[in-house]
Design a protein. Structure first.
Length: 356
């Protein structure tokens, strides 16, 4: 039989298959090939320490910081939730509307309880409004207006007298009604915060003290039966909680005999600004859980955890904006040496407070 096939190598195409992704793994029989392909480091030998890289250090620092902040947040919310709020009468006196996101007016009242564990244990009677402030808080913005406690105002049902008498007569409910009527121009109070001066020093101490810029030398005689006189040099001073309270409450200063209630309000604003600066200080980060626990205990409010947290956050991040002080048209010229504030000054103050 004759073979008709052509001589030579057969005519066909040769194809080379692609390399399989896991071919190295299958050939080596272990994970080494796959690790090399994925750019991973070799598996460390048994008993050998893992390398300490910068990335690993930063990761654990971030985890620690996040945990510390979360602990502080939880402590703040718990403390705010368990603290006693304001009376039902005060809640009913508040005006509806307003939002801490779009804008809300908060009446902040500094009071000194006159009996029990108060700073003045020898006296009895209702608490006095030692400082009166309206805070307009919106998301990322805070404006503050301080109302001198000796301003002459009409107190509903009790005639005209110094505005701080409203708190002694009817507590925060009457003070809310009085401030709304006194300021006029459609000002509405949406929330209220009462600051108890008895617990105020504990918050300052938790912050590590505050720094103030004392404008004049203070040489006050004893007051409140708590102080044996109060002395403070002029200039920048770092104060602990007790001294910060005394600085806020000085009534007479023979070293500056021309001082009046406006200077007293200005000193209170210095302390508030000192608190704000201390809240954003790097050193406060290490005290944050204690500060978070103490802050709600120094106040009473109709707001609870989330609302109070929003206010404190706004106050801490609102910049250096100085507090406006309601300017009287004359000093000590009203009945009982009160301060007279013109309707025009009140109108302008409300406009600046709500609209900047």
């Amino acid at each position: 039989m004759v073979n008709d096939r052509p001589q030579g190598p057969p005519e066909y195409k040769v194809y080379r298959s692609r390399r399989r992704p896991l071919g190295g793994l299958r050939r080596s029989g272990d994970l080494q090939g796959l690790r090399q392909r994925l750019g991973r480091r070799r598996e460390r030998e048994p008993g050998k320490r893992r390398e300490l890289s910068l990335g690993r250090v930063l990761k654990w620092v971030a985890v620690a910081v996040l945990g510390w902040l979360l602990l502080s947040l939880v402590l703040f919310l718990i403390s705010a939730q368990v603290e006693q709020g304001v009376s039902d009468n005060a809640k009913q006196a508040l005006s509806g509307g307003g939002s801490l996101l779009t804008g809300s007016n908060i009446l902040v009242i500094g009071s000194d309880q006159r009996g029990g564990e108060s700073i003045d244990k020898s006296q009895t009677g209702p608490a006095r409004a030692d400082s009166i402030m309206v805070v307009h808080s919106a998301f990322g913005s805070v404006r503050k207006l301080s109302i001198p406690r000796d301003s002459f105002a009409q107190i509903p049902g009790h005639g005209a007298q110094k505005i701080n008498a409203a708190y002694a007569i009817g507590g925060p409910a009457l003070m809310i009604e009085t401030v709304e009527g006194f300021m006029g121009n459609d000002l509405k109070i949406n929330h209220v915060i009462e600051v108890d001066f008895k617990d105020f020093p504990k918050l300052i101490d938790a912050l590590g003290g505050v720094t103030v810029d004392n404008k004049t030398k203070i040489c006050s005689p004893p007051f409140d039966n708590f102080w044996k006189g109060f002395r403070l040099p002029k200039g920048e001073q770092h104060l602990d909680g007790t001294k910060a309270l005394g600085y806020s409450r000085v009534r007479k200063n023979p070293c500056a005999p021309n001082e009046n209630d406006l200077d007293r309000a200005a000193r209170q604003q210095e302390v508030l600004d000192g608190i704000r600066h201390q809240l954003v200080s790097p050193t406060t980060f290490f005290r944050l859980p204690l500060v978070s626990w103490r802050a709600p205990k120094a106040i009473r409010s109709d707001m609870h955890g989330p609302g109070l947290l929003a206010v404190f956050t706004d106050l801490a991040t609102s910049g250096t904006g100085k507090t406006m002080v309601l300017e009287p048209s004359c000093l000590s010229c009203g009945p009982g040496s009160s301060l007279m504030v013109s309707p025009g000054a009140r109108r302008d103050a409300v406009e600046k407070l709500e609209n900047g």
